[in-house]
Design a protein around this ligand. Structure first.
Ligand code: E4P
Length: 217
């Protein structure tokens, strides 16, 4: 499963990128707002740093305007994926932008039928929002599983990008189901390295090592 980092904080992306943990980046208008940066400037900085796709989201609501914004965002760098919302206008924009050779990430997906439409409109990525479904007591993972089944049934090449990942358990389940990609905040990716038995084991190794009085360096 590929890892995308869900943030516009350049320092945090750089830290994970240096470890080889970054296959791409996703941003959205809220993340741009949190970063306090100019969208064109920060997107360029991220796209120059990271090799994989960097999603930058349009903010227009009508297809022609989305297409114009998408074309402008796509010009920032070769690895930009234009992000459009899963509305009827967003699907129209997806069809045109993907037809022009751009990567398109269709976002705010909450049903398998929406994902089916996005694939037919030529989406490169479909972004089902796990955490936000869980927030309203629906099963986000069931949606990932349904989309996996439907895409496999018909051989769609659209990649499932599990989004709104809020916990290490979300990451684990998305990988088990066969999501192509997950996008998660840096904090969640780092938490994946943690286990209480690792901490406990290390503590006892250190205690025993101290008793030997030895040094390696
Ligand atoms: C995906 O591309 C979105 O940016 C993101 O995953 C949304 O996550 P949230 O629901 O935690 O805001």
């Amino acid at each position: 499963m590929k890892f995308f980092v869900d943030t516009a904080e350049v320092d945090q992306i750089a830290e994970l990128n240096d470890l080889g943990m970054v296959d791409g980046v996703t941003t959205n208008p809220s993340l741009i707002m949190k970063s306090g940066r100019d969208i064109l400037e920060v997107t360029k900085e991220i796209a120059d740093m990271v090799e994989g796709p960097v999603s930058a989201e349009v903010v227009a609501l009508e297809a022609d305007a989305m297409i114009a914004e998408g074309r402008k965002l796509a010009k920032i760098a070769d690895n930009i994926a234009v992000k459009v919302p899963l509305t009827w206008d967003g699907l129209k924009a997806c069809k045109v932008l993907s037809g022009e050779g751009n990567m398109v990430n269709v976002t705010l997906c909450f049903s398998a039928n929406q994902a089916l439409l996005a694939a037919k409109a030529g989406a490169t990525f479909i972004s089902p929002f796990i955490g936000r479904l869980d927030d309203i007591n629906l099963d986000g993972m069931e949606l990932i599983s349904d989309i996996r089944q439907i895409y496999d049934n018909y051989g769609f090449e659209t990649q499932i990008l599990a989004a709104s990942i809020r916990s290490v358990n979300h990451a684990y389940l998305a990988a088990m189901i066969g999501s192509d990609v997950m996008t998660a905040p840096p904090k969640v990716i780092k938490q994946m390295a943690e286990h209480p038995l690792t901490d406990k084991g290390l503590e006892s190794f250190m205690a025993d090592w101290a008793k030997t009085g030895q040094k390696i360096l």
